[in-house]
Structures are given as C-alpha cells and as structure tokens.
Design a protein. Structure first.
Length: 245
C-alpha cells in the first residue's frame, strides 16, 4: 500500500473532530495512537501538546507517520504491546477495530499500557445504519473503497455489539457519541455551502435522536473497569476477620 485511502475528517461532527475535542490540550501527556495509518490524527494531537506514540503495521504508512509524532512502532497491535514504553494517559483507536481479525485480543493487550485513570477512545462504523438496512432489504451488501462497508473491514459493529466488546475487554463505558454521515466528504466540493452546513447539522441531530439507525459512526469513551471486590480478595479478607461487638 503506497497511499493511504484514509484521511482526517475535519468537519465539526466527524468522529475525528469528536476525538480531538474530547482529548483537548495534551499538556505533555502521553498518548498511544493505535493503528495510526500515515499519522494524520497523530499530527493534530501532537500539535495540541500530546506526546504521541503511533503503532502502524504498514511500513510505508509508518514511515510517513514518523515526522508527525514522537515515536512510531511498525507492528501489529498485539505484537507491539510488549514493546510499548507506557504507561499512556490515553489510547485512541480511530476507525481501527473494524480492520482487525481479533479486536478483543488487541484491546486486552494494549490495556496493560494504560495509566491509572487513563482514557480509551474508540470509533467504529455502525453497520446498522439505515442505508445498510435498506440495502439488505433489497438484497444488497456491496463493499466499497471506504465507508461502513469498506472492503478491508473484517468486523462489523452495531451499538450493542460494540458495547459488548468493550465490556468483555474490561473497559467501562463513560459515554457514547453518535456521529452523522460525513457529508462534506460525500458531497462534491462545488456543492458545499450554507445548505450543506444546515443539512449536516440536521443530520447530526438526527443521529442523536436515533443512534442505532442514523449514526454513521460511534465514538466510545472508556476507562479501565475497576476490579470487583471479590477479585481483589477484599470480601475474603472481610470474611476472615472476626466480628467485633
């Protein structure tokens, strides 16, 4: 692969804009960009004061990312895990999990590099979007070069299956943000204008009204789930202590 088909979606309602807004200024904090492609997101995060380590398995894309962040590891996410010099204050999976054969294993492997109280941000496309549902009713499930049915996607997520994956990986959901279809990328530039801005804003509101069917993507904000008292032995210790009057 010599040229990345993926680019920064910089409209205000996109998953990338939501991620950047949620993270805010880095102030020297450390961030892991998991599956960084050519570093388009890492570059913005670095400019905002984050110290970014990028992991990218494609060597050509990884080389392009080198000038955009502090460090780049050329490896699969699971293979990169033992090589990470954590802990990281945040880990970002920006449109990545759908490209993995085993996203659960990747999440679990990188969780070990998350600092206490650190954030995990995940964005994935919503395969239950209304247009995909209508296409299925017509007997169509056509792959494309990008989008929800990107031909390189190995896994498909709905709101429910995404939340189940995160929980199984030991992550506690803090908030889930639906995002609309990225109209500025879909509509030709010559047609951009006030009408597109208004339509895009309405689409964003609609995705919040019915996220299961009108969200193009979901952005999940998570933290590591606290271990249960039973797993830490607190309950057993309490049971062993003698009762006092």
């Amino acid at each position: 692969m010599s040229h990345s088909p993926y680019q920064l979606k910089d409209d205000p309602y996109s998953s990338h804009s939501v991620i950047l807004s949620l993270l805010g200024p880095g102030g020297g904090r450390r961030l892991l960009d998991a599956g960084a492609a050519d570093g388009f997101l890492a570059e913005r995060l670095t400019a905002r004061g984050w110290v970014v380590t990028a992991v990218e398995r494609d060597p050509i894309q990884a080389e392009r990312a080198r000038g955009r962040c502090r460090d780049v590891i050329v490896a699969d996410l699971i293979d990169a895990a033992p090589r990470l010099a954590g802990p990281f204050d945040a880990i970002v999976y920006g449109d990545v999990l759908e490209h993995l054969g085993d996203p659960l294993a990747a999440l679990r492997a990188l969780n070990r590099s998350l600092a206490p109280g650190g954030l995990v941000l995940v964005s994935v496309p919503n395969v239950a979007h209304l247009w995909v549902r209508l296409s299925l009713l017509l007997g169509r499930f056509d792959y494309a070069d990008r989008g929800i049915l990107d031909r390189t996607h190995l896994r498909f997520f709905t709101r429910r299956t995404l939340l189940a994956l995160l929980a199984e990986a030991g992550l506690a959901l803090q908030r889930l943000y639906p995002t609309p279809v990225p109209l500025p990328l879909v509509v030709p530039a010559r047609l951009h204008g006030a009408w597109l801005r208004a339509t895009h804003a309405l689409s964003a509101r609609a995705s919040r009204w019915w996220p299961g069917g009108l969200a193009y993507q979901f952005v999940a904000v998570c933290r590591l789930r606290a271990p249960s008292r039973a797993s830490t032995g607190e309950d057993a210790g309490a049971a062993a202590r003698p009762a006092t009057a």
